[in-house]
Design a protein around this ligand. Structure first.
Ligand SMILES: [Zn+2]
Length: 122
């Protein structure tokens, strides 16, 4: 199940790039099947970030996942979703303090590229 930090984010979810929505459903299914846990979207639209401003990125809470579960989730996405040109950038792992500029809390950032390049890996 996909949960939302608040109702605003729940509404924003339906405005996201549809490719990103599909990736989120995939991640939610993986977390439910493998860990019997839900994922929570903590940020969708944000005006100060290019990808969030473009409706192409969300942040997911990770404090309900063990570090092993978080590692498995990141590996699953990177093993099965191709960001384009074979890159592994669908997920930006920001679980550790200082892992990005303006880091505030542990999370995983998921984004899709500007062009239509998201593919499932064989
Ligand atoms: Zn983000």
């Amino acid at each position: 199940m996909i949960k939302f930090k608040d109702d605003l984010i729940r509404h924003e979810f339906y405005r996201l790039d549809k490719r990103l929505m599909a990736v989120i459903y995939l991640i939610g299914g993986f977390a439910r099947q493998e860990f019997k846990k839900d994922i929570t979207i903590t940020c969708a639209y944000r005006g100060d970030s290019g990808t969030h401003k473009d409706w192409r990125a969300v942040d997911m809470r990770t404090r309900n996942l063990s570090s092993e579960e978080g590692d498995k989730l990141v590996a699953f996405v990177n093993d099965h979703i191709d960001y384009g040109d074979g890159k592994h950038f669908v997920i930006k792992d920001e679980r550790l303090p200082g892992s990005s500029q303006n880091w505030t809390a542990p999370h995983i950032h998921v984004q899709v590229p500007p062009r239509d390049e998201v593919k499932l890996r064989a």
